[in-house]
Design a protein around this ligand. Structure first.
Ligand code: PEP
Length: 274
């Protein structure tokens, strides 16, 4: 009963501190993917909370554990102003007979604030198309979740010099389907597929070039003020050794971190580079 009341109060507070400001946020987001058991997850959550004071208050630290561990983290993350809970996915359906799916509304009821959508692993292994990702984005926004919308080209597309067109097309069928007010709630993550989990990071020049391209596309569509308010994260083999160089770039507002987010020291060191 007491836990229920606490969770309700936390949810009410979260309604008001929904991270919606128009100023550009610096974000370090950790995508744990399908890793950790419950005891391992608990240990990692605790270590992150312990080390959080080492990170600037102006940096948002976002953690995306597997679904079952979200309630465990929600309790530990309470009262941490710059620590946010994310999900790695949500359903493209709102509710009903969709066995095994997790809805945006369910996530919201667990005090989740962010949701990663359109990750290249979802596109590749679960055949997620632009239309599916668009529907997930729409439901996330409806339930006041902040989507982290992933885009990025394959190695073949980069070698063919098609990367900017690929990213533009991916944005056109997802984030750019929304109006200026809604797009302002979306975080964009540029994740070149060839850099994810490969140890082959984009150079700061390659990453900045694409981030500037995305910012220009946003400006053309939504105007300068709106474009300047949208955080664009880089993802792909980012670690504590290369983060600072990447984050120095004008249009890189943080990172979406996979493998390196599974070690608290490494993840916090990346967040400190912002
Ligand atoms: C990711 O999966 O979003 C990612 C960036 O992974 P990694 O950091 O392991 O390349």
């Amino acid at each position: 009963m007491q836990i229920g009341n606490c969770l309700f109060a936390h949810l009410l507070i979260c309604q008001f501190c929904y991270p919606m400001s128009t100023s550009r946020k610096k974000i370090a987001a950790g995508n744990w993917k399908m890793n950790t058991t419950l005891p391992e997850a608990q240990e990692l959550f605790e270590a992150i909370v312990r080390m959080l004071p080492d990170v600037s208050h102006s940096t948002s630290v976002v953690v995306a554990p597997p679904y079952p561990f979200i309630p465990v983290a929600s309790k530990l993350f309470r009262n941490q102003n710059n620590l946010f809970m994310a999900a790695q996915n949500c359903s493209s359906e709102e509710m009903g007979a969709f066995t095994g799916e997790v809805s945006a509304e369910m996530l919201r009821s667990l005090a989740v604030q962010y949701v990663i959508l359109g990750h290249s692993e979802r596109r590749k292994y679960f055949n997620e198309t632009g239309d599916v990702i668009y529907r997930k984005l729409a439901l996330s926004l409806k339930y006041s979740l902040r989507p982290i919308c992933c885009v990025g080209e394959s190695l073949k597309q980069r070698e063919a010099g098609e990367q900017k067109d690929v990213v533009r097309e991916q944005l056109e069928e997802t984030a750019f389907m929304f109006d200026a007010r809604q797009v302002g709630k979306i975080v964009i993550a540029y994740e070149p597929v060839w850099a994810i989990g490969t140890g082959k990071t984009a150079t700061p020049e390659q990453a900045q070039d694409m981030h500037a391209h995305i910012r220009t596309l946003l400006t053309d569509r939504y105007g300068k003020e709106a474009a300047e308010g949208i955080s664009i994260l880089y993802g792909g083999s980012c670690n504590s050794r290369n983060a600072a160089e990447l984050f120095k770039c004008k249009d890189i507002d943080g990172g979406l971190i996979g493998g390196a987010s599974l070690k608290a020291e490494e993840f916090i060191a990346i967040a400190q580079s912002l």
